[in-house]
Design a protein around this ligand. Structure first.
Ligand code: SF4
Length: 339
């Protein structure tokens, strides 16, 4: 008999497991509280359940939580962790402390099959989807777990290519019986798989950010192949027209590469596609890899973009880059930690 992994189950699913053994929903809530709130990793330590339930659980379930294999600390105090799942998939997680805001950047897949040309994860290839439990475990299993205030789905993988597990992980992270982190503090990033984005907007309250790279379709498809299937203009139109709940944020991530996508015509293109919308723009530095002749736009150029967007009525900010020295910055994750 294959034992169920408790991490990744919601309270209803835990009850489905223990109800037939004559246990109650409040026992199911105690189990989920122990896993997600207290970070308990041993069935015998689960609080507020009878000894007989622990014995039954040993026969039918495992906790499904596991520790990272290795870690590396950046000069800016970001920490990159390497995980290996039970079935051998490797993936990375980054913890980014910043005063009172402590963010975990989680992976949703081992590798990625989107093949974006500037991304190291894309070059690593696709090794498999992560389950909801494997996504949530990346928050529970890192040493600073209790300090986490924000979660971003910007690690390895395209979240919309593993949508059901991502939606389930979001629901566990936000649930009162789960990690109880506000949906306003959770952001999922995508390169734009239209049906997935539509489902995500409808079925979740979490924030969404779209990686743009270029406002021009012909140029974007050279970098982000999924543009051929789902033109970004259509996705932005859908985001513009989606009725947003209070404080939910939709944004564009714009990685700026010198002389490539930071020209005046790119700025005009950005303004044009975002006209009349509440979508925010996050401008990011580019992190070149080895033998890469491209480099990031200078700080003054990024300021110029930000200023011009703002005076055109578009909310914009420059996002601080973290963890570049340990290959933990945007687009650099490729399960490359030494164990
Ligand atoms: S940028 Fe995102 S979607 Fe594209 S290859 Fe990298 S991880 Fe995948």
């Amino acid at each position: 008999m294959i034992k169920k992994s408790l991490c990744g189950l919601n309270t209803d699913e835990i009850f489905d497991l223990i109800g037939p053994l004559n246990f109650t929903t409040s026992h199911a809530v105690s189990i989920s509280n122990s896993i997600y709130k207290k970070g308990i990793s041993d069935i015998s330590q689960i609080a507020k359940i009878p000894y007989r339930l622990k014995e039954e659980l040993f026969n039918i379930a495992i906790m499904g939580t596991y520790l990272p294999l290795a870690s590396e600390v950046s000069s800016d105090k970001s920490v990159k962790y390497l995980f290996r799942s039970e079935d051998g998939k490797e993936f990375e997680t980054v913890y980014i402390p910043d005063n009172k805001r402590n963010t975990v950047c989680v992976s949703t897949q081992s590798g990625c099959r989107m093949g974006c040309s500037f991304c190291f994860t894309g070059k690593y290839g696709f090794r498999g989807n992560l389950t909801a439990g494997e996504i949530v475990n990346q928050i529970l299993a890192i040493p600073p777990a209790s300090k986490v205030t924000h979660v971003v789905f910007m690690g390895m993988g395209e979240p919309m290519d593993n949508l059901e597990n991502v939606l389930k992980a979001c629901s566990i992270i936000t649930a009162e019986w789960g990690l109880a982190i506000s949906s306003r503090n959770i952001t999922v990033s995508t390169v734009g798989i239209m049906p997935g984005v539509e489902q995500f907007l409808q079925r979740s309250d979490c924030n969404l950010t779209l990686s743009l790279f270029s406002p021009f379709s012909e140029e974007r498809r050279e970098i982000i192949p999924v543009e051929n299937q789902f033109p970004v203009q259509d996705i932005i139109e859908m985001m513009k027209n989606f009725p947003l709940k209070k404080k939910r944020r939709l944004s564009l991530a714009y990685v700026m590469v010198k002389n490539l996508n930071d020209t005046d015509s790119h700025l005009e293109g950005l303004k044009s596609i975002l006209k009349g919308s509440k979508i925010r723009v996050n401008l990011l530095s580019y992190h070149p890899g080895n033998n890469d002749k491209n480099c990031s736009s200078p700080a003054e150029r990024m300021q110029f973009f930000k200023h011009n967007l703002i005076i055109s009525g578009i909310s914009a900010s420059i996002r601080k880059s973290r963890g570049a020295d340990i290959s933990a910055a945007c687009g650099l994750l490729a399960a490359g930690l030494k164990q």
